[in-house]
Ligand binder design. Structure first.
Ligand SMILES: Cc1cc2nc3c(=O)[nH]c(=O)nc-3n(C[C@H](O)[C@H](O)[C@H](O)COP(=O)(O)OP(=O)(O)OC[C@H]3O[C@@H](n4cnc5c(N)ncnc54)[C@H](O)[C@@H]3O)c2cc1C
Length: 422
């Protein structure tokens, strides 16, 4: 084979790609990151203009106090803003909140849903079937639904219990969170500092063989390398918009079939003044939006910004509306939750970020479908010669589908490539 252009090509400049490239470059290899978009970060996408302070359009929190990205943020010299979701948390179901909600008799049957998911040892079934067996109604049903299907993004009839357990998403319900004060995108940008990052470089084909690989751009430009790390999101892989030559083995297609990219969108709403309690962190409700939060919580003299976080079938429903119509749904919802607030009259600006229709992700983050347990490990397996796998869809060692999960997969893939090349 002719001398390759570089040692390793990393596809994607998100958290997994920048982590893998950093590890490989630090080990002395010549690495190129190719990225279809014109920015670094992928699903970490900070808006620095909407409110004059960083507001997150994609990933927002460093979840839990043991995330692998916490020491990384410290090494990068990034200040963090602490946000314990247990503080300033309001849940409102069917108009009831606080003591009135928690005295609801339906809650007697709720039990400890999170413990039961974490220790689930029963047969594979959907999360909907798991909950149906508890005969929950009213507020208890709404709370259980909220616990199980806000973070995995799948709807109850799609989520498999084994995957839900293995993905450890219940840890998110108990975790404490941080935001990166300067914007989450500072983290992948710091990892990618001084690396060869080729933005606007959309991969159309990956030709892979045991000891070499050629990555082909959509305009036919090629880069040859001794190995490649693929961090393409599950939605992109499943769409066939990137061709693999030869085709991926059945193990990989089975793995992709066991995973699904869930829908999520954020609608950012900036108001001239807040009409919610000063200490509000999260507002969990039961309308067209199930979660609102205060994007600029913990900042001094910050503009009044709410983020409507919409997932699953609710996100798909809002996805077909215009930006203004989707914002109007949120405003009407907020006027229902805060009667007399005249939310619409106070609105200064809104912005919708729809990850479902984004061609570079084709969804927000992945969940394990019914019967799909083990798919993440099968995708991660280094069983495709010079082609290695990272990205949140292949996360097995941490909570799946989070930034620190993607980070750990990048480290793993870098170690695999180093072993392969040596
Ligand atoms: C709305 C939303 C909220 C979230 N909130 C949180 C949160 O609070 N905390 C948390 O930890 N996680 C959160 N996540 C999940 C987190 O963002 C992801 O798990 C993580 O960022 C994934 O990183 P990655 O590197 O695996 O993938 P990505 O960041 O998607 O990187 C893959 C890259 O590949 C690029 N690409 C795609 N196609 C091509 C192509 N053909 N050629 C070249 N490049 C291509 C993409 O542009 C992208 O940059 C959230 C995600 C979303 C969408």
């Amino acid at each position: 084979m002719a001398t390759p252009d570089v040692d390793v090509v990393v596809i994607g400049a998100g958290m997994a790609g920048t982590t893998a490239a950093r590890g490989l470059a630090d080990a002395g290899l010549q690495v190129a990151i190719v990225e279809s978009q014109d920015r670094i970060g992928g699903r970490i996408f900070t808006d620095h203009d909407f409110a004059g302070l960083p507001v997150e359009q994609g990933a927002e929190f460093i979840h839990t106090d043991h995330a692998e990205t916490l020491p990384l943020a410290e090494a990068a010299g990034l200040d963090l803003l602490f946000c314990n979701p247990a503080d300033g948390y309001i849940m409102q179901i069917a108009g009831a909140s606080g003591p009135e909600l928690y005295a609801d008799p339906s809650l007697l049957k709720l039990g400890n849903v999170l413990d039961d998911v974490a220790g689930y040892a029963g047969p594979e079934q959907t999360a909907g079937e798991f909950l149906a067996a508890r005969h929950l109604t009213g507020a208890a049903w709404a709370m259980a639904d909220q616990m199980l299907s806000i973070h995995p993004l799948g709807d109850l009839h799609e989520l498999g219990m084994h995957g839900l357990r293995d993905d450890r998403v219940v840890e998110l319900e108990r975790g404490i969170d941080h935001r990166v004060a300067a914007g989450y995108d500072e983290l992948p940008k710091w990892l990618a500092r001084d690396l060869d990052v080729r933005l606007g470089w959309r991969v159309a084909e990956v030709r892979w063989a045991p000891a070499s690989v050629t990555v082909v751009r959509d305009d036919a430009e090629e880069i040859t390398a001794r190995a490649v790390v693929c961090t393409l999101p599950i939605g992109v892989l499943k769409s066939n918009s990137v061709r693999f030559t030869p085709d991926l083995p059945a193990t990989k297609w089975r793995a992709l079939n066991g995973l699904e990219m869930g829908a999520a969108m954020k609608i950012l709403l900036r108001f001239d003044e807040p009409f919610w309690p000063d200490d509000l962190t999260m507002l969990a409700v039961d309308g067209p939006v199930r979660l609102y939060w205060t994007s600029l919580y913990g900042r001094v003299d910050a503009p009044a910004v709410l983020c409507a976080y919409v997932t699953g079938f609710r996100a798909r429903a809002l996805s077909v509306l215009s930006d203004d119509a989707a914002a109007a749904v949120c405003l009407a919802d907020l006027e229902r939750i805060f009667p007399g607030s005249s939310a619409s009259a106070h609105l200064q600006a809104s912005k919708r970020i729809d990850w479902l229709t984004n061609p570079d992700t084709r969804g927000a983050y992945s969940f394990v479908r019914l019967g799909g347990a083990g798919s993440r490990a099968a995708l991660a397996a280094p069983d495709t010669g010079s082609l290695f796998w990272a990205g949140d869809g292949s996360a097995t060692e941490t909570i799946a589908s989070v930034v620190h999960g993607a980070h750990v997969t990048g480290k793993r893939a870098a170690a695999e490539v180093l072993a392969h090349l040596s």
